[in-house]
Design a protein around this ligand. Structure first.
Ligand code: NCD
Length: 337
């Protein structure tokens, strides 16, 4: 695809070569994300950051990624602080905000809303999550993490064996990741969820059509014994009618060190898009895994910076200029990464 000026709304936009291009650019962002070098390539540019659903890492990492490229961020969070609360349409909001920004990152609770906004925007829009539909930048950072975690073991994304566990019905990260895996060869995906929270049928069909071997199960232990990656997810309580309904599923699947030791292959990588639900009745990924070197959740969040910097560099067409506007950092940075 042509990245310059393009919206990033769905992983369906990408061919395998596009994903490889994003990853190659992400690799080049390392010195800047690790605070070895500073670049001002986006000096003067403005990111409009519009998050109408709770967000910590996606919102802050999009903003920090833009700052690390030298740009500035203007932020709107929550409907209550936006003129949308006064009845303004997505169309009008997009026409206005795109006059103030060079690129926009947006999260919204309604599936399809970010695409509707993008259709009226005069600048590229990146989908930071639209309801239970898609979360393309998360899928890219997840896949980038899978690639780098497995590289040291002589394995790659082709022939990957992954178990996705938890709320596969409402989890947009697993929806986007499943679709993205369709670009790779001989992948095996095990879907572990309660019957009511299964992966939507059309995504399962899409994976099978692409040649992915899909296994569906409701049993955790048996499903994680022969995989490279266990990808755990939170019950998406905000998408249920009532908390009582969400309570039926919270805590159903809990991965902890004991289960890991007894059931997983020695170097199985543990991933989660975060936030993990640390309340006692949930704990889908127990804190006792924190010292497990195969717990990759914070490497995922660090990788998110690289991937989001790459998306900005590509959509604003500055990839080849990043290093020309760079210098060493002035401050003490040792030991951070
Ligand atoms: C996810 C999301 O918002 O979809 N979080 C994230 O962006 N890393 C997952 C979640 O909220 O459970």
């Amino acid at each position: 695809m042509e990245f310059a000026g393009s919206h990033i709304l769905s992983v369906h936009q990408f061919e395998r070569t596009d994903v490889e291009r994003i990853f190659a650019v992400a690799d080049r962002m390392g010195p800047y994300a690790r605070r070895r070098r500073v670049t001002r390539v986006l000096d003067g540019a403005i990111l409009g950051s519009m998050f109408f659903e709770p967000s910590t890492r996606t919102r802050v990492s999009f903003g920090s990624a833009f700052n690390l490229l030298g740009g500035e961020v203007r932020e709107t969070t929550g409907f209550e602080n936006s003129a949308i609360a006064k009845g303004e349409s997505l169309y009008d909001t997009a026409r206005v905000l795109s006059g103030y920004s060079d690129v926009i990152a947006m999260r919204h609770p309604v599936a399809g809303s970010v695409a509707e906004f993008a259709a009226a925007s005069r600048v590229p829009v990146i989908n930071g999550g639209d309801g239970s539909n898609e979360h393309p930048s998360q899928a890219l950072l997840d896949l980038y993490t899978i690639k780098s975690e497995l590289a040291g073991r002589g394995r790659g994304i082709d022939r990957l064996r992954i178990a996705m566990v938890g709320d596969l019905r409402f989890g947009r990260t697993v929806h986007s990741l499943s679709k993205l895996l369709c670009l790779f060869e001989r992948v095996q995906v095990t879907l572990v969820s309660p019957g009511e929270l299964r992966m939507p049928g059309e995504i399962v069909e899409e994976m099978r059509r692409a040649g992915i071997e899909v296994i569906e199960s409701d049993a955790l232990e048996a499903s994680i014994s022969h995989v490279d990656i266990v990808y755990s997810t939170r019950i998406q309580e905000e998408r249920f009618g009532t908390q009582a309904e969400a309570d039926l599923y919270r805590g159903r699947y809990r991965l902890n060190q004991s289960i890991y030791t007894h059931h997983c292959e020695p170097n199985t990588v543990i991933m989660h898009p975060l936030p993990r639900d640390s309340r006692d009745h949930a704990r889908e990924l127990d804190d006792d895994l924190n010292d497990n070197p195969n717990l990759a959740i914070f490497r995922q969040t660090d990788n998110g910076m690289l991937v989001r910097m790459a998306l900005f560099a590509l959509t604003l067409d500055v990839v080849e200029q990043v290093d020309k506007h760079a210098r060493d950092v002035n401050w003490y940075t040792a030991g951070r990464f």
